[in-house]
Design a protein around this ligand. Structure first.
Ligand code: GDP
Ligand code: GDP
Length: 440
């Protein structure tokens, strides 16, 4: 993991302007309105030949209680906990404020290196007048103009110098080993709560979230490390960009959702408990099912459902999902964090089931057992003969029966075979493919 440089500072001092400049991103991403959620809070950037993860703590929309003071405190906490170097940005034009002092006070209580950058020093003539105020804190200080770029290279150099040394000794790992986790796509209608859920899943670990290098601009993947495992949320651009949705730009596209699901191992379909399973949800779910995509359904916003209505809700959902009864359903509240902790372990279990492999011996014992229990029905006076069973592929587990006559295996019997194999091989939640092939 690259070292982390966190930018902290009050709203409107120019954090996102500086962030974009250091990340070499176009200006368009800055917002003039304070408090607007930005879609990109972290970036991998080069500071004087050193690769770092740059975090704009100001872009994070913290949960309640809101309020500037609160934001400052949380930003400082994040910076102090996660960052290797803290970049404290202030506004030279506005001068020193009480909030700046409060932030400085918190930052002083750390042994992390802190650099104060005094922004909006657009011309050389006023440097002293604009920076004088900030000497009192006793931090290293540099005048810059994020908008025009003055002093930004020097600042990058100063930050790079403060980064921890790169360990030369390869036998001495700097961090805990991280195992590969799974890739998830969070899908669902606008306002179902996808971004809330992703944010809740990122949780306190959001600081070590980083965009996965190499992903294209419209396919922003975000990785997070949880319990020593690295999870990737694919195509989160639309998910995290809340402004888009309220602007009405985002349209729900089942095709796009399916595309995202294909890039992931397991999909999470978020359904709004207050709206139930809508037509679009149903369409998406039936496609995912047809494509044998591993997925779970997260019924969100259960905090808005009265206790006495839960049973009815669960019955309704069960009814809507009866065409794919193996799909597990979680009832949760992303906003309240309720039930959210179950999502990743459940997705892992589904993915594990997807990889189940069964040996030939067990397969053919299983085939005999299921045929004995319910023999194939007579179709036009004759029964299909089943010769043998193989597992052709994972994921998902794909079982191929070689039979005398595929015409004589009706869908209902194939469904029986699928369910019987699920039970025998303990595949309760993953998709399973059962194929009958003719053999003579
Ligand atoms: P943030 O809320 O701290 O992320 O601040 P922004 O990056 O959104 O900037 C707030 C405002 O300050 C915007 O209107 C920017 O155009 C402006 N700004 C940022 N950097 C400079 C600068 O170097 N000079 C001047 N004059 N304005 C700047
Ligand atoms: P997205 O469009 O699917 O990404 O949905 P958002 O995550 O932006 O959520 C849409 C709205 O639903 C926002 O106003 C959220 O605050 C709200 N919301 C999300 N999850 C919950 C929840 O669990 N309970 C309640 N009451 N509201 C929620």
């Amino acid at each position: 993991m690259p070292p982390i440089v966190a930018i902290v500072g009050r709203p409107n001092v120019g954090k996102s302007t500086l962030f974009n400049r250091l990340a070499k991103r176009p200006k368009a991403i800055t917002h003039d309105r304070p408090g607007v959620t930005r879609d990109r809070l972290e970036a991998t950037v080069e500071l004087d030949d050193r690769i770092v993860t740059l975090i704009d703590t100001g872009g994070m929309d913290f949960d309640a209680p809101e309020g500037l003071e609160r934001q400052i405190v949380v930003q400082a906490e994040i910076a102090l906990n996660m960052a290797d170097v803290v970049l404290f940005l202030v506004d030279g034009k506005a001068g020193r404020t009480a909030l700046d002092d409060e932030m400085a006070e918190r930052l002083r209580r750390t042994d992390k290196p802190v650099v104060v950058a005094v922004n909006k020093v657009d011309g050389a003539e006023k440097i002293n007048a604009l920076t004088n105020d900030f000497h009192a804190w006793g931090f290293a200080m540099m005048p810059i103009s994020a908008a025009h770029g003055h002093g930004v290279n020097d600042l990058a150099g100063a930050l790079a110098e403060l980064l921890p040394e790169v360990s030369e000794n390869k036998d001495e790992p700097r961090a805990e080993p991280v195992e590969a986790g799974i890739r998830l796509a969070v899908l669902g209608r606008p306002n179902a709560g996808k971004s809330s859920l992703v944010n809740a899943l990122l949780g306190e670990d959001r600081m070590i979230v980083s965009e996965v290098p190499g992903t294209t601009r419209d396919a922003v993947d975000v990785a997070v490390i949880r319990n020593g495992r690295r999870y990737v949320f694919v195509d989160t651009a639309g998910v995290r960009k809340r402004t888009r949705i309220t602007d009405g730009v985002e349209r729900y596209s089942v095709n796009k959702a399916l595309g995202s699901a294909k890039r992931a191992d397991v999909a999470v379909v978020v359904v709004d408990a207050t709206g139930g399973v809508g037509v679009q949800d149903k369409r998406l779910i039936s496609y995912l099912d047809k494509e044998r995509t591993p997925f779970l359904v997260a019924v969100n916003k259960v905090d808005l459902v009265a206790q006495q209505d839960m049973l009815t809700l669960k019955k309704d959902i069960e009814e809507e999902l009866r065409m794919c009864s193996h799909v597990p359903v979680l009832y949760l509240s992303a906003a309240k964090g309720k039930g959210v902790a179950k999502v990743l372990p459940l997705a892992e279990t589904i993915w594990k089931e997807c990889g189940i492999r069964v040996g030939t011996g067990a397969l053919n014992r299983a085939m005999r057992e299921v045929l004995d229990k319910h023999q194939p029905p007579l179709v036009n006076g004759r029964r299909a003969k089943f010769y043998y069973l193989t597992q052709a592929a994972t994921p998902p587990p794909t079982f191929v029966f070689f039979v005398s006559d595929t015409e004589r295996v009706r869908d209902s019997y194939a469904k029986y075979l699928e369910n019987a194999l699920r039970k025998l091989f303990k595949i309760s939640m993953a998709p399973v493919k059962v194929v009958c092939r003719a053999s003579h």
